[in-house]
Design a protein around this ligand. Structure first.
Ligand SMILES: *Cc1c(COP(=O)(O)O)cnc(C)c1O
Length: 826
C-alpha cells in the first residue's frame, strides 16, 4: 500500500474529540437518516431507520475505540489475539445500546419515527459467522474481554455467506444461503491500508547467503490479498471498545501476462473469482471435519493474515528486534482450526524476519496457546500431506522440521520406544500420510486447555495422555461461560429488572453477585413476580412458535426445550422417544399424573449428515401425528422451530421451564446452551456430561434432574451392550419401539425411519440411546411431579439463576487472563 509521508496533522476542533454523547443522539440519528442514507419519508422503512441508528451508535463506538487504543499506546502491556474461524455474534444493536447505556436516549429518539426500539432491532440480520457453541463462545469471550478492559483482539473471517438458513419442508430440513451482507453491515469499518498478502502453491528454493546461512524462499506462488474489516466490541459501561478484525479475500491485480498476450483478457480477469472464493462461505459442519481443500485455505488465510498483521505492528514499533515479542503477545487458538498458525509464525520469523530456528521456536512456544473443544474422533483435524505439499509447500517443510526435533525429545523421554514415536508423530504414517493438527497445536503451545472439568480429565487421561505425560505443565482446564449481558440483561429485561429491584444492578458486570437473589427464593411475593415474568416470556415464545411453526403452545403448560445443533451424540433421538412414550400414555388413557407440556426442538443438521437430517424428519412426523390428535391436545404439543440461531435463543431461553442437556456421557465437551438456560431460571434434566456436572454441583444435586450412565461405567456398559435385550425387558421402551416400527409416523413413507430403528438396536450404538431410556423416563417423571407443585418449581427456578454465577464468561476470561495469558490486572 502506498503510504503518504508521515506528516502529522491534527484538526484542532477534533483534538478533544467531537461532541458525541447522548445529548446529540437524536440529531445524529436524523442526520444519518436524512443525509448519510438520503431518506426522507418517515416510516418508509424500518431497515433504513435501523441503519441510521446503527451508524449513530457506531459513531460513539468509534470514538471510544480510538481512546481505548490511545490509552493502551501510552502504557503498552501484553496483548492477546484470539484466533477463531468462527464468531457467532448474532445481532449487535441491542448489545451496543445496553453496553453504552443508551437505552433511554435511543428509545426517545426512535419514538419520533413512530416505532419502537424492539421493532427497529428486528431489522438487523444475525451475524451468523459460526456453527454453534464454539463460535458463540468466541463471541461471549469478546464481550467479556471488553467488559474486563483486557487488550484482546479477535481475528476471524468475513464470510460472505454465514451459517445457512434452515427451513422445514414436508418435515425435511432445507438449506438456504445466508446472504447476510446483502442489505449492508453498518457496524464494520474497512482498513485497506492494513491489507496483507497471502501465498499459496508455488515451490521452495534454498540458497546460502555470504555467511553460509541457508535461506528458504517460497516462490512462484499464487497470492491472495486479505483485506481487514473491523467490528467494534464494546465493554459494559466502561468506555472500552475492543476490535474484532475480520478478513475478506481479494484478488491481486496481477494477471498472468502470457494469458494476456494470448488474448485471454476476460479469462484472466475471471480468475479473480478463485481468490475471492476463499472467504465466500462458512463450512456448516459442527464438530466434524471433511478435509476440503478450500477449508485448509481458509485456515491458512486467517492464520497468516492475522500473524502478519501483528508482526507488522510489532516491527512498526520495535524494528526487527523480536527479543521482547513473546513478552507482549499471546495467540489463543480456538480449536485446531487455526493451528497452522504454529508453523506460519515459524515461517514468518525465520524466512521473512531472518531469525534463526531456535530463536523463532522460543517465541512460538511462548506465545501460542490451544483450546481443545472436542473428544469426538471424527472432529480431530488431519490434512493429507499431499494436499499440504501442493497448497502450502513451505509450511509442510516447517512441520517436518518441528516434527523431527519433537521426535528427538520423545526418543529422549522413552528411549527405544518406536511405537511412542509413531503414535505421537505429527505425521500419521500410512498409504496416505496425514498431518495431525491437534498434535501440531500441542507441540507448538505453552498451554493446552479443555473447556470443562470432565472434558479436561478425559483429554489428559485419554486422547492426549502421552502428551500429558511428556508435558503435564501445559495442560489446564477453563470451564466455558456465557456473557450475562446478552444472555440475561439484554434477552430477559423483565427478569433483569426484577433482580435489580432486589439486589441492584452490580450483577451485570460482577455476576458472582447474582447469588444474592438466593435470599428471596422462599419469599412469596418475589416468587409470584418471578413466575409472572416467566409467563410473559413464555407468551413471547408462544407467539414465535405460532408464527414459525403454526403450532399453538399454551403458557399454562410446561415448556420443555432442546435447542442445539442436531447430532447423534446430543441425543435429540432420546427426547423423541420420550415424546412418543408420553403419546402412548395419552393413547392408553394413562393421564392421571401427566403434566401438560409443550416440547420444543430446534437446531440445524450439517447438510451432509444423513442421520441428523433423518432425526429432524422423525421429530416433525411425530409432531404432526400428535398435534393432529385431539386426544393429545390437553397434554402434549410438539414443535420444531426452524432456523435456530442466536436471536431465536434470546427469545427461547427466557421462556424455558425445562432445559434438555441429555448428551451421551463423555461426548459433550462443555455445552454453553445449558448455562444460558440456567441463568434464565430453567431447570435442567441432564447427564453427567461436560459442564452439566459443574452446573449440578453449583445448584445442588437435589435441584437437578440427573439420569444416565456415568463416565466411569461406560467401558463396561459398552463391552456387553445388548440393546435388544434392554428393549425386551422394558415394556415402556418396547411399546415405543413397536409404535415406531409399526410405521405409525411414516404411513406414506414405508421404511423411512429404518436407519434410526437400526441404530437404536445396534449393539455398537455409540450413543447408548436404549441404555439411558429407562433412567431418562424416571427423571422425566420426577420433573412432572416437581412441576405440578408451582411453588416448588418456582423455588427451583430461582435457585438455578442464583447459582449460575460461575457460568459467566467473565469468570472464564479472568481465568484465561490470569492463568494462561498472564495479563496485568487492569
Ligand atoms: C449457545 C448456542 C449454541 C450452543 O448450544 P449447546 O447446547 O451448548 O450445544 C449453539 N447455537 C446457538 C445459536 C447458541 O446460542
Amino acid at each position: 500500500m502506498a503510504q503518504s509521508e508521515n506528516k502529522v496533522c491534527t484538526v484542532k476542533s477534533w483534538q478533544e474529540g467531537p461532541l458525541i454523547d447522548e445529548s446529540t443522539l437524536q440529531e445524529d440519528l436524523t442526520r444519518h437518516f436524512y443525509y448519510t442514507l438520503g431518506r426522507d419519508m418517515v416510516g418508509e422503512s424500518r431497515l433504513y431507520l435501523y441503519h441510521a441508528l446503527a451508524l449513530t451508535i457506531r459513531d460513539r463506538l468509534v470514538a471510544r475505540c480510538r481512546t481505548t487504543r490511545q490509552q493502551r499506546q501510552l502504557s503498552p502491556t501484553r496483548q492477546v489475539a484470539y484466533l477463531s474461524l468462527e464468531f457467532l455474534m448474532g445481532r449487535a444493536l441491542g448489545n451496543a445500546v445496553l453496553n453504552l447505556d443508551l437505552e433511554d436516549n435511543v428509545r426517545h429518539a426512535v419514538q419520533e419515527y413512530c416505532t419502537t426500539l424492539e421493532e427497529v432491532a428486528e431489522a438487523e440480520h444475525d451475524a451468523g459467522l459460526g456453527n454453534g457453541g464454539l463460535g458463540r463462545l468466541a463471541a461471549c469471550f469478546l464481550d467479556s474481554c471488553a467488559t474486563l478492559g483486557l487488550p484482546v483482539i479477535g481475528y476471524g473471517i468475513r464470510y460472505e455467506y454465514g451459517m445457512f438458513n434452515q427451513s422445514i419442508e414436508q418435515g425435511h430440513q432445507v438449506e438456504h444461503p445466508d446472504n447476510w451482507l446483502r442489505e449492508g453491515h453498518p457496524w464494520e469499518i474497512t482498513a485497506p491500508e492494513n491489507t496483507r498478502r497471502i501465498k499459496f502453491f508455488g515451490h521452495v528454493e534454498v540458497y546460502q547467503d555470504k555467511h553460509g546461512r541457508k535461506h528458504h524462499q517460497w516462490v512462484n506462488t499464487q497470492d491472495v490479498l486479505a483485506v481487514p474489516y473491523d467490528v467494534p466490541v464494546p465493554g459494559y459501561k466502561n468506555e472500552v471498545v475492543n476490535t474484532l478484525r475480520l478478513w475478506k479475500s481479494e484478488a491481486t491485480d496481477e494477471f498472468n501476462l502470457s494469458e494476456f498476450n494470448a488474448g485471454s483478457y476476460t479469462e484472466a480477469v475471471a480468475r479473480k473469482n478463485l481468490a475471492e472464493q476463499i472467504t465466500m462461505v462458512l463450512y456448516p459442519n459442527d464438530s466434524s471435519e471433511n478435509g476440503k481443500e478450500l477449508r485448509l485455505r481458509q485456515q491458512y488465510f486467517l492464520s497468516s493474515a492475522s500473524l502478519q498483521d501483528l508482526l507488522a505492528n510489532w516491527v512498526a514499533g520495535h524494528g526487527e528486534d523480536f527479543s521482547e515479542f513473546a513478552q507482549y503477545n499471546v495467540f489463543q487458538l480456538n480449536d485446531t482450526h487455526p493451528s497452522i498458525a504454529v508453523a506460519e509464525l515459524m515461517r514468518l520469523l525465520v524466512d521473512e524476519h531472518d531469525l534463526d530456528w531456535d530463536a523463532a521456536w522460543h517465541i512460538t512456544t511462548r506465545t501460542m496457546a490451544y483450546t481443545n473443544h472436542t473428544l469426538l474422533p471424527e472432529a480431530l483435524e488431519k490434512w493429507s500431506v499431499s494436499l499440504f505439499s501442493r497448497l502450502l509447500p513451505r509450511l509442510l517443510e516447517i512441520i517436518y522440521e518441528i516434527n523431527a526435533r519433537f521426535l528427538t525429545e520423545v526418543a529422549c523421554q522413552w528411549p527405544g520406544d518406536m511405537q511412542k514415536q509413531r503414535s505421537m508423530s505429527l505425521i500419521e504414517e500410512g498409504a496416505h500420510p496425514q498431518v495431525r493438527m491437534a498434535y501440531l497445536a500441542i507441540v507448538g503451545s505453552f498451554s493446552v486447555n479443555g473447556v470443562a472439568a470432565l472434558h479436561t480429565e478425559l483429554l489428559t487421561g485419554g486422547l492426549f495422555n502421552e502428551f500429558y505425560q511428556l508435558w503435564p505443565h501445559k495442560f489446564n482446564n477453563k470451564t466455558n461461560g456465557v456473557t450475562p449481558r446478552r444472555w440475561l440483561a439484554h434477552c430477559n429485561p423483565e427478569l433483569a429488572k426484577l433482580i435489580g429491584s432486589k439486589i441492584g444492578d452490580q450483577w451485570v458486570a460482577h455476576f458472582a453477585d447474582i447469588e444474592k437473589i438466593r435470599r428471596y427464593y422462599d419469599d412469596k411475593a418475589f416468587q409470584t413476580q418471578w413466575l409472572s415474568v416467566k409467563q410473559h416470556n413464555k407468551q413471547k415464545l408462544v407467539d414465535l412458535v405460532k408464527e414459525a411453526c403454526g403450532v399453538e403452545f399454551d403458557v399454562a403448560m410446561m415448556f420443555d426445550v432442546q435447542v442445539k445443533r442436531i447430532h447423534e451424540y446430543k441425543r435429540q433421538l432420546l427426547n423423541i422417544l420420550h415424546v412418543i412414550y408420553l403419546y402412548e400414555r395419552i393413547r392408553k388413557g394413562d393421564t392421571a399424573n401427566l403434566t401438560p407440556r409443550c416440547v420444543l426442538l430446534g437446531g440445524k443438521a450439517a447438510p451432509g449428515y444423513f442421520m441428523a437430517k433423518l432425526i429432524i424428519k422423525l421429530f416433525n412426523n411425530v409432531a404432526e401425528a400428535i398435534n393432529n390428535d385431539p386426544l393429545a391436545k390437553p397434554y402434549l404439543r410438539v414443535a420444531f422451530l426452524p432456523n435456530y440461531n442466536v436471536s431465536a435463543m434470546e427469545v427461547i431461553c427466557p421462556a424455558t421451564d425445562l432445559s434438555e442437556q441429555i448428551s451421551t456421557t463423555g461426548k459433550e465437551a462443555s455445552g454453553t446452551g445449558n448455562m444460558k438456560f440456567m441463568m434464565n431460571g430453567a431447570v435442567t434434566i441432564g447427564t453427567l456430561d461436560g459442564a452439566n456436572i459443574e452446573i449440578r454441583d453449583a445448584v445442588g444435586v437435589e435441584n437437578f434432574f440427573l439420569f444416565g450412565a456415568k463416565s466411569d461405567e461406560l467401558a463396561a456398559i459398552r463391552s456387553t451392550y445388548n440393546p435388544n435385550q434392554i428393549i425386551q425387558s422394558n415394556p415402556a421402551l418396547q411399546e415405543v419401539m413397536e409404535l415406531l416400527e409399526s410405521g405409525h409416523f411414516n404411513l406414506f413413507e414405508p421404511g423411512l425411519f429404518q436407519p434410526i430403528i437400526d441404530s437404536i438396536r445396534d449393539p455398537h450404538d455409540q450413543w447408548l440411546v436404549a441404555y439411558d431410556f429407562e433412567s431418562y423416563i424416571e427423571a422425566q417423571q420426577k420433573v412432572e411431579l416437581a412441576y405440578q407443585d408451582k411453588e416448588y418449581w418456582t423455588r427451583l427456578s430461582i435457585l438455578n439463576t442464583a447459582a449460575s454465577g460461575e457460568f459467566s464468561s467473565d469468570r472464564t476470561i479472568l481465568q484465561y487472563s490470569q492463568e494462561i495469558w498472564q495479563l496485568a490486572q487492569q
